[in-house]
Design a protein around this ligand. Structure first.
Ligand code: B1M
Length: 213
């Protein structure tokens, strides 16, 4: 449908007012909210995710596209709840204890939301206890930890150990990432998944959640 392609295209350009206008117009034309979300907004975010992964676009373009997506999603939210859009899975995300960097974590969150996942954002400086409490409260599929400092990435080990010692052991997967983090570090601390960028993180999160269904 032409209007859904237009929504996708304006989202990719980060044109928030135009995206909002077209989403409202599509609703007036009785296009189901689920189609507007999936074939308009999420389709646009998929293109952004791929381009970001391939270094064709950079952080500012991703942020303005994500802002446009959030604007569209806000309008759709009440309709989506009514339409009973399928619950694709829940992710608890945060930057680890002692670490205040949140730009990368926010990108991961936006990409995951772009895949239709529910993301509970605990912000920065998140203790292992806070991740665990939120994962229990929201019956989460994934705990996603971001760290940007070599001095704070060690906190990820504490998250893994405390999850393993809790009744979440085996029920929730732990994803880690951030500039100093590597797959060999993941292996060393026993986390489940390492991904190098936001787009890959969202792909992997969707796979994990789909496997849980
Ligand atoms: Co800070 N800082 N900083 N800083 N800062 C770095 C990280 C540093 C590399 C700069 C440097 O020295 N070259 C250095 C770390 C050195 C180290 O540990 N090896 C550093 C330092 C030392 C510090 C302070 C200690 C400085 C000081 O006070 N002396 C201090 C620490 C504060 C604290 O956290 N306790 C500090 C503070 C800050 C600011 C507050 C000023 C600001 C943060 C603002 C904010 O986030 N709101 C800041 C910034 C902006 C940076 C740099 C310049 C940029 C980081 C960034 O946002 N990159 C950074 C240098 C650099 O990286 N060039 C630096 C863009 C972002 C999109 O990338 O976060 O890597 P990134 O996310 C990527 C991937 O890593 C991945 O996806 C994203 C994109 O695809 N990813 C995940 C991230 N999380 C993931 C999770 C996943 C999967 C993928 O799964 C769960």
């Amino acid at each position: 449908m032409a209007i859904l392609e237009e929504i996708s295209s304006f989202l990719q350009k980060g044109r928030l007012p135009k995206v909002k206008e077209l989403v409202n117009q599509a609703l007036e034309e009785n296009i189901p909210a689920k189609d507007i979300l999936e074939q308009g907004l999420l389709a646009g975010m998929d293109v952004i995710g791929e381009k970001f992964k391939n270094n064709e676009i950079f952080v500012p373009e991703v942020l303005i596209a994500a802002r446009a997506m959030n604007g569209g999603v806000e309008i759709l939210k009440p309709y989506l709840t009514q339409a009973g859009v399928e619950d694709k899975g829940t992710v608890i995300i945060g930057t680890v204890k002692g670490d205040l960097h949140d730009i990368g974590k926010n990108l991961v969150k936006m990409m995951m939301e772009g895949k239709g996942l529910k993301v509970i954002d605990l912000g920065v400086d998140v203790s292992p206890e806070a991740y665990i409490e939120a994962a229990k409260e929201h019956n989460a599929d994934i705990i996603a930890c971001s760290a940007l400092l070599t001095t704070t990435m060690v906190e990820m080990k504490n998250v893994v150990e405390q999850v393993k010692a809790s009744d979440l052991n085996g029920k929730v997967k732990i994803m880690i990432g951030g500039a100093p983090v590597t797959d060999s570090y993941r292996e060393a601390i026993g986390a489940d998944y390492y991904t190098p960028d936001a787009a890959t993180a969202s792909d992997v999160a969707l796979e994990i959640c789909s496997a849980n269904k």
